[in-house]
Design a protein around this ligand. Structure first.
Ligand code: KIV
Length: 274
């Protein structure tokens, strides 16, 4: 049921936006399911958003397996899409071995960065029936941790279009375009028969993917491509400060947070109950 990617093609046909959001843990997966998010993306952005790494390149297969399993335990209906981390798909055999591990951990499909350079890897996964999503534009694994718009010049744009078409030809069920000019992204979405979703790639695509920390306002940083729909950084900071103040002032824990020894047990042990 979860592995079915037809529903995304149906949404594209109906011009119904596909909603994808990164997800790194079980409680967030439950929240995303309750909001009927279509795709819970266990992105390698887990590294910079949750694990304290400087770059997506630091994320390991073990990290991805751990977080994919947590998300899979929390979701009931969202499609779990797991990023294949840096160097985990450098050869077709390696890609197949690691994709299988991610599927065994609970992923319904995998996402790989790059274009024509990884066609043999995509073909190897598709030959085994594995659902593969492409990722073009700004690709942190190959371009490093400094985001930059991709496809601004005509030669760059042509490369992107050729990569997108080659990936679709190899059988990807979806393509993520990150930091691509709106006109170019829309042009690619119009040419491809599979859904094309964007992040920082403007309006009018087949859907959107965002980083959950950004839409929750969990970090003090803001990005042009994102919007904080809540200020969780301020709210979480205030709650943690209030907790610390309450403990220091002995206002927490309270009587209602405690359990007590039965008087006869306390008496037998010689422990005062007051
Ligand atoms: O890892 C991630 O968060 C991603 C999105 C930016 C698409 O790949």
């Amino acid at each position: 049921m979860h592995r079915d990617t037809d529903r995304f093609f149906a949404k594209k046909a109906r011009r119904e936006p596909i909603v994808a959001l990164t997800c790194y843990d079980a409680p967030t997966a439950r929240l995303e399911d309750a909001a009927a998010i279509d795709i819970a993306l266990v992105g390698d952005s887990v590294g910079t958003n949750l694990l304290g790494y400087a770059s997506e390149r630091d994320v390991t297969m073990e990290d991805m397996l751990h977080h994919t399993a947590a998300v899979a335990r929390g979701r009931t209906s969202a499609f779990v899409l797991a990023d294949m981390p840096y160097l985990s798909y450098d050869t077709p055999a390696h890609a197949l071995e690691n994709a299988r591990r991610l599927l065994a951990a609970g992923a319904d499909g995998v996402k790989l960065e790059s274009g024509r350079a990884i066609l043999p890897q995509v073909a190897a996964l598709r030959a085994e029936g594995i659902a593969v999503c492409g990722h073009l534009g700004y690709t942190p694994q190959t371009k490093g941790p400094r985001p930059a718009v991709a496809g601004r010049t005509a030669p760059e744009a042509r490369e992107l279009i050729a990569d997108a078409e080659a990936l679709r030809g190899a059988g990807v069920f979806m393509l993520v375009l990150e930091l691509v000019p709106e006109e170019l992204a829309r042009h690619i979405a119009g040419r491809l028969s599979c859904p094309v979703i964007g992040i920082g790639s403007g309006r009018g695509l087949d859907g959107e993917v965002q980083v959950v920390n950004d839409i929750l306002g969990l970090t003090a940083r803001t990005f042009r491509h994102a919007k904080a729909f809540a200020d969780m950084h301020a709210r979480a900071g205030a709650a943690i400060r209030a907790y610390a103040d309450a403990v220091r002032g002995r206002a927490f824990p309270e009587e209602r947070n405690a359990t007590h020894l039965a008087p006869d047990v306390a008496a037998e042990l010689g422990i005062a109950t007051e």
